[in-house]
Design a protein around this ligand. Structure first.
Ligand code: MG
Length: 218
């Protein structure tokens, strides 16, 4: 958490929904929660909204290697600062978190910033748009491989945040834990995508997945 703050970079994303490519599967188009488990989250204006204390959201399906596109917004008027300013998260395989937070005019520790591999690796840049504006994540993720309980290949991730690369083939060190050195515990080849309820009514929209085409881990 004591590492230097990443520099601010200009977003290259205009806040419009990004069309899914032909080989994508749309998980959420704003009309229903059919592909998701937690029906307590609210449908609002083509988005799904975290209902604080209604707990996390999970995809019905499980995924391994993946290109995940998700757009998210922190509503205006969040009362808290630091980690209370629109905290949520996108968890790959239910355990590797890319942090969601508002870091536009909000400062927090670098490995807890927007786009951080939470508690592990700060983003290269702070590319946040303002609260009330949509942001986009394109997450390219290569799942870890285990043989029995032994890790054979770690997970790798490249993240494009509002059109700017903030992680480039980063080797994930293990599952997300708050201020604990990360380590791997063996798990299956696929698991659910999870969206975090951290007590803030963030919005998510236009969620789609496509086959991983980026070469990662090489
Ligand atoms: Mg979070």
């Amino acid at each position: 958490p004591d590492r230097t703050q990443p520099p601010v970079a200009e977003p290259k994303y205009d806040g419009k929904p990004v069309a899914a490519p032909a080989d994508a599967t749309v998980l959420f188009d704003g009309s229903n929660l059919d592909n998701f488990k937690n029906k307590k989250w609210k449908l609002v204006d083509g988005a799904m909204q975290v209902v604080p204390k209604a707990r996390d959201q999970f995809t019905n399906d499980k995924f391994g290697d993946i290109h995940l596109h998700v757009e998210w917004m922190v509503p205006v008027g969040m009362k808290g600062w630091h980690q209370q300013q629109g905290n949520s998260g996108v968890f790959l395989m239910n355990r590797y978190e890319v942090q969601v937070l508002n870091c536009w005019a909000n400062r927090t520790y670098p490995d807890g910033m927007t786009g951080a591999i939470y508690a592990q690796q700060p983003p290269k840049f702070n590319v946040c748009r303002k609260p009330g504006e949509w942001n986009s994540y394109d997450i390219h993720f290569k799942a870890p491989v285990f043989e029995g309980k032994k890790l054979v290949t770690p997970a790798y991730i490249t993240v494009i945040f509002n059109g700017v690369k903030i992680h480039d083939n980063y080797e994930i060190k293990g599952a997300t834990h708050y201020r604990r050195i990360a380590s791997y515990s063996a798990h299956g080849p696929k698991d659910h995508i999870r969206l975090q309820d951290h007590g803030n009514p963030n919005m998510f929209r236009n969620i789609w997945v496509a086959p991983l085409k980026m070469k990662l881990g090489e």
